[in-house]
Design a protein around this ligand. Structure first.
Ligand SMILES: [Fe+2]
Length: 463
């Protein structure tokens, strides 16, 4: 059985599994050259099929992690919206722009229900089949279960505490481990969660604690990132880096008003409460901006990092003691924070820590492909991840051709590129003492912990 898994959030990605075994996975950004690409990852999906040597006609399950779904496969609930969508779709086709637009399923479900309609009646099967998915079933996968699944599946642990922490993702209030059909997802009340803690034993996952949008750790850290003038989600790593120089704790107390561990240590809370309208992130950012006046970037970052670690490490310690688990498996964008992971690793309660390498929403594609294959069993198997090179492969000939076009020399071995002296890079003349890049021949699924290394040692730069 071939299952195509897709995620359409930040770091939109596709993954392909055969009978639950991962065959290919790649992020859209690697093909579109747009960092953190959002939208329907059609290029990545096509690339996965090419790697496996199959066609869309061979796909048995088209599995998508919530929150998003390709807009082109749903008719709009009203005739005017449908007409408008068709007009825009035609324009995009004429301009040669692909169908990247998505719908947010929780909003779409609410709209469909409010009009007294049924979701499955709006699914555009004709368009779906015409696009080549001639026999594929459609499935929807819970956002945080997908994060948890990826953490367990590749950890190789027999049993573990599983934590998923991000900004927010739509989750099912029940049957979260099922790959839902258009009929069953319509009956679900989707809730936005930013954290789950689960116990994984004997192949079964039991959700113990959750945090809603109000106490979102990812939203807190992202709000600080933006308040510092960076882009979120993308530049959170800069805050982590700056935090090392931030020693003044005077911002810790005001930041705790926007994010902290609950008194019973089961979840995260904030003084800012979302009432179903308005933007909780903006409310949080306003408090952060006001309190950080007159403080250096380093001290703002230092406090943000301390508050994040204090809450998440505090919760992990409590949950590990409560369950008696010694192994911890984690996934979700917040675990891209290497300093936080170090603190978790240093906990006396933790014997082993596994961080799923594609911990951002890119990893959801991998889980979506596997959950769709496994959900009938409701049991999750675990085996160690061998490697992450699941994308397209570039052979020596391809590398040589690209280097020749760029007028670069091929150095010792196929993987080392030597840049000639005095080469103009951008608007600068760089006179490097040594500059070289190592190119691994197969693309990895997106990682925060990069395995490619580019070493540049410019000794003189002339404008
Ligand atoms: Fe997520």
């Amino acid at each position: 059985m071939w299952t195509l898994g897709l995620s359409m959030e930040y770091d939109a990605s596709a993954a392909l599994a055969k009978d639950g075994r991962l065959v290919a996975a790649i992020s859209e950004e690697r093909l579109s050259r747009k960092k953190g690409h959002w939208g329907y990852p059609w290029r990545a999906a096509s690339e996965c099929l090419r790697i496996a040597g199959i066609r869309r006609e061979d796909i048995d399950v088209f599995s998508v992690s919530l929150n998003k779904f390709p807009a082109c496969y749903f008719r709009k609930p009203g005739w005017f919206e449908e007409w408008n969508e068709r007009w825009h779709r035609t324009r995009r086709r004429i301009k040669g722009r692909p169908e990247e637009v998505t719908v947010t399923m929780s909003h779409f479900l609410r709209e469909v229900r409010s009009r007294g309609l049924v979701l499955s009646d709006l699914f555009n099967w004709v368009r779906f089949r015409d696009d080549g998915f001639v026999k594929a079933k459609v499935r929807f996968v819970d956002h945080h279960y997908a994060h948890a699944h990826s953490a367990i599946h590749f950890s190789g642990f027999d049993e573990a505490l599983v934590m998923t922490v991000d900004c927010v993702g739509d989750c099912c209030v029940q049957d979260e481990m099922e790959a839902h059909t258009p009929e069953s997802i319509f009956l679900q009340n989707l809730v936005p969660l930013s954290h789950t803690t689960s116990l994984w034993q004997e192949g079964r996952l039991r959700r113990l604690c959750v945090t809603d949008l109000n106490g979102s750790p990812g939203s807190f850290y992202g709000s600080v990132t933006e308040a510092l003038g960076f882009i979120s989600p993308r530049h959170e790593g800069k805050v982590t880096g700056l935090a090392a120089w931030g020693k003044d704790p005077s911002l810790d107390a005001p930041f705790r008003k926007t994010f902290r561990l609950s008194d019973d240590r089961t979840h995260f809370v904030s003084d800012q409460i979302w009432h179903g309208s308005g933007n909780i992130s903006e409310a949080r950012k306003a408090v952060i901006r006001k309190s950080m006046q007159g403080h250096s970037r380093e001290n703002v970052s230092g406090s943000a990092q301390r508050i994040l670690e204090e809450a998440i490490v505090g919760h992990a310690q409590w949950a590990l003691r409560k369950t008696g688990m010694r192994a911890l498996a984690v996934s979700g964008g917040v675990f891209g924070n290497v300093k936080l992971n170090q603190r978790l690793m240093e906990l006396p309660e933790v014997n082993r820590l596994f961080v799923f390498p594609a911990m951002s929403d890119a990893g959801l594609a991998v889980a979506a492909a596997q959950i769709a294959a496994e959900s009938s069993k409701l049991k999750v198997s675990s085996s160690r991840m061998e490697h992450v090179y699941l994308g397209p492969e570039y052979g020596s000939e391809t590398i040589e051709k690209i280097l020749k076009e760029a007028e670069l020399q091929l150095g010792r071995g196929v993987a080392t590129i030597n840049v000639p002296q005095n080469r103009i890079v951008g608007r600068h003349m760089i006179k490097p003492d040594g500059i070289h890049a190592h190119f691994l021949q197969q693309t990895e699924i997106p990682l925060l912990f990069f395995v490619r290394i580019l070493v540049i040692v410019p000794v003189e730069v002339q404008p």
